[in-house]
Design a protein around this ligand. Sequence first.
Ligand SMILES: Cc1ncc(COP(=O)(O)O)c(C=O)c1O
Length: 469
Amino acid sequence: MTHAVSLVAQYFGSSGGELRVGGVPVGSIAAEYGTPLFVYDASVLERKWALLRGTLPAQFAISYSVKANPNRAFLRFFLGKGCGLEIASGGEFHQALSAGCPTQKVLFAGPGKSEAELDLVLARGIGEIHAESLLEVDRIQVIAARRGVRARVAIRVNPGEEAQGGAMLMGGRPSPFGVDEESLEAVLDRFLSEPSLEFAGIHLFTGTQILDHTVLTLQWRKGLNIATRVAERLQQPLPALDFGGGLGIPYFENERELDMARWREDLVALTAEMQRQPSLRGTCFLVEPGRYLVGESGIYVTRINDIKTSRGKKFLIVDGGMNHHLAASGNLGQVIKRNFPVALLNKLDGKPQETVDVVGPLCTPLDVLARDVRLAAASVGDLVGIFQSGAYARAASPLGFLSHPTPPEVWVEDGQMSLIRRRGTYDDLLSDLVSSRRQAPNPAGQATVRCSANAKKNPAHDVSETKEQ
Ligand SMILES: Cc1ncc(COP(=O)(O)O)c(C=O)c1O
């Protein structure tokens, strides 16, 4: 069974060989909204939420990491569960507020926050800012003092030892993220002397896409040691300890899901240990996952536009590509290109019988959604789906590349589909262009030079240039 087919069985279901999302045949969704599109199944979100909530001891609060999928429908879903939101930009702050998030439930992490962003969030009374450098602490202090507010600031720590296991390690080595564990004391001392700063705690973030629960436990234990040291230095219990995100989902054939049952056993033991420590009495524990919660709920649905064989290799050319889903094309940090789970969504019962490349419509050899994948015999008009596309997919893609319309997003819940982001139009592409002399249509006083002899015959070949006289 391919990974895609097992995901269909685990989360979605099918009838007559056609994928169903939230009970709705994928062909109906594509007919209603067109392709390419992203579709999300709310029941998968419910399952992932329940699994995580049931695994974490009750003492742990959850903030959803907006960057994984910033659509308001997701933010509202998690706010409805009592989550806070972790943001990493002024834009995500606006998204959070527009989804109805109280400012107190927003925490702002991420390197390189601008003065304008810090001013914006402090003016609106943000819950917490997680500082990534000493300069940032100073910057927050100046803005808070100017505004006459007290900023709640936690420090993100880049731990000194590496805990292996994440696909993209963010700690344990030189890093733009967080303050090196070795220089933590100097930053902490700032808090003791600055009345406009309130120390909110420690934030640990060391990686993403971790599928081994023992790596997570190891990292959290490391975080605990740092937290104890900090509390001792400040001679007060630590207000909060944020363990970050990083929980992975299986993308590739040989990957296994996180073992939540065994991780739960580790966490119960760890929590009992934490509760015995005086320095952690009253400490709030927090996690801020993104991928784990939303990644499996989404499918990128494309339609085959052309099929061609070039020198013995077969290509399925679909109507969307790396401009909408950079991660699936392997250009978002994979060392070796590996295929996301992919299937012909209207031929799920078909026996795999040909090896093909699934490529998008962009004019670059990088635009490969799946390489050498075994699929049922495909025809023009079939739907090709890329699974595990709910996180860092649309949101982490170069949507403007080649100026195709942006893909819509559709949410399916209890058999009802709703559009949660419309498809971009050609007008959208033009809407933020400022008018300039170069765009003026052949104004008086300018001569047009035709560069192509064919231009008169075929306007598409008219590579006109205007020259000022
Ligand atoms: C500060 C912070 N928190 C949370 C996350 C979410 O990570 P993940 O999606 O791996 O859970 C990230 C991801 O980069 C992050 O930078």
